[in-house]
Design a protein around this ligand. Structure first.
Ligand code: PLP
Length: 390
């Protein structure tokens, strides 16, 4: 049996999305900037995709800029917002649990002397409180960047509250909504969001295409320089098939969001409870309630996350330890460390992320296998206390 439980890293492109993309490769392949019928057809596809995306997040079509993915959208938002506000100041606020597309970009900007950076701590669940943002704000603060939902532990932040704090102070608010999009309702107007990153491959769309929402009135310079595409906000011939795929995937995900949250949430709860019931010495990471409906993240004491992944892989189960980008190295997760977990426990984390295509049979298979795998690894582990072996 092959079981894919790494949907926070990437997802399967759904069939309807592939079907919608094919004509953009084979029939409507014109360059939208050219002056002929092929171009106009391609441009119509872009226009309609832009409207669809805007509708889902409560934005206007011209507030949607298509990019090359979530990382690019984050980079553009951060570098652009700082460059556009040089006169006002250079203080930026973020959190310790951001995706590296945000955290490493801001740390690089700090080394380049472009910003003064405040990295807010989080609580034991990885929540960034609006109060901590309020108390970190200064007269020279130009940008706050706090993620909507965490990619490792699934914790959802109080984004509307943080947005309100920033708007009241006239400070730009960027949120990395790459994990949240398609899983929880988002309204950029009600939530006072100025800039927001989205990535198609996290909700059954294609890889390498994303969105940066830029609120009307917020002017930030382009990250990619060249042609005048995307109203001069992102140079480069538009990835028309990718953009069609992104919009189709987002529309479909959004239409089924409520029913999927219930369906996926029930399987997630079965997995959460099954692990807690069958495996001793585990600790749930992330908030028990304010979490994405598809995320399970446990620390498994006395063994390394990587060794669990290997054993799961041998048995056809795709899972993750920490984030996709850091596994492969033996560094403990920066998210778990920021939540206050000691090093030895932060090493032994297991992330299982479901999708609407996950089945009950698959969850049962994992619940049958995982306790045996963990017992075997613990029996071999020198860290495992003797009394457990009796
Ligand atoms: C996956 C991810 C990104 C990066 O998106 P890409 O499209 O892969 O560049 C950024 N932020 C979060 C929270 C993510 O989960």
């Amino acid at each position: 049996m092959k079981v894919y439980l790494d949907n926070a890293a990437t997802t399967m492109v759904r069939k309807e999305v592939v079907d919608a993309m094919i004509p953009a490769f084979t029939t409507y392949y014109g360059n939208p900037s050219s002056l002929h019928e092929f171009a106009r057809e391609a441009e119509q596809l872009l226009d309609s995709a832009r409207k669809d995306v805007a509708n889902v997040i409560g934005a206007k079509p011209d507030e949607i800029v298509f990019t090359g993915g979530g990382s690019e959208s984050d980079n553009m938002a951060l570098r652009g917002a700082v460059a556009a506000n040089k006169k006002k100041g250079k203080h930026v606020i973020t959190s310790a649990v951001e995706h590296h597309a945000v955290l490493y970009t801001l740390q690089a900007m700090e080394r380049e002397g472009l910003i003064d950076l405040t990295i807010l701590p989080v609580d034991e669940y990885a929540i960034v409180s609006a109060e901590s943002v309020t108390s970190a704000l200064r007269d020279d603060t130009v940008l706050v960047s706090i993620m909507f939902a965490n990619n490792e532990v699934g914790t959802i932040n109080p984004i509307a509250e943080i947005g309100k704090v920033c708007r009241d102070k006239g400070v730009l608010f960027h949120t990395d909504a790459v994990q949240a999009t398609g899983h929880v309702p988002i309204d950029v107007v009600k939530m006072n969001i100025d800039l927001m990153a989205i990535s198609a491959h996290k909700f059954h769309g294609p890889k390498g295409v994303g969105v940066l929402y830029i609120r009307k009135g917020v002017r930030i310079p382009s990250l990619i320089i060249g042609g005048g595409q995307e109203k001069k906000r992102r140079a480069g011939t538009e990835n028309v098939p990718g953009i069609v795929g992104l919009a189709t995937a987002l529309k479909l995900t959004n239409e089924h969001m409520a029913e999927n949250a219930v369906k996926v949430g029930a399987l997630r709860d079965k997995l959460l409870k099954g692990i807690a019931d069958r495996i001793p010495d585990v600790k749930l990471n992330g908030h028990p309630i304010n979490r994405l409906p598809n995320n399970v993240n446990y620390s498994i004491r006395y063994i390394e996350g990587e060794s669990i992944l290997l054993m799961l892989d041998i048995n056809g189960i795709a899972a993750s330890s920490g984030s996709a980008c850091t596994s492969g190295s033996l560094d403990p997760s920066h998210v778990l460390l920021a939540m206050g977990l000691p090093h030895e426990i932060a090493h032994g984390s297991l992330r299982l992320t479901l999708s609407e295509f996950t089945t009950e049979e698959e969850i049962n298979y994992v619940l049958d296998l995982l306790p045996q795998i963990i017992q075997r690894l613990r029996d071999m582990s020198p860290l495992y206390p003797k009394q457990h072996n009796a």
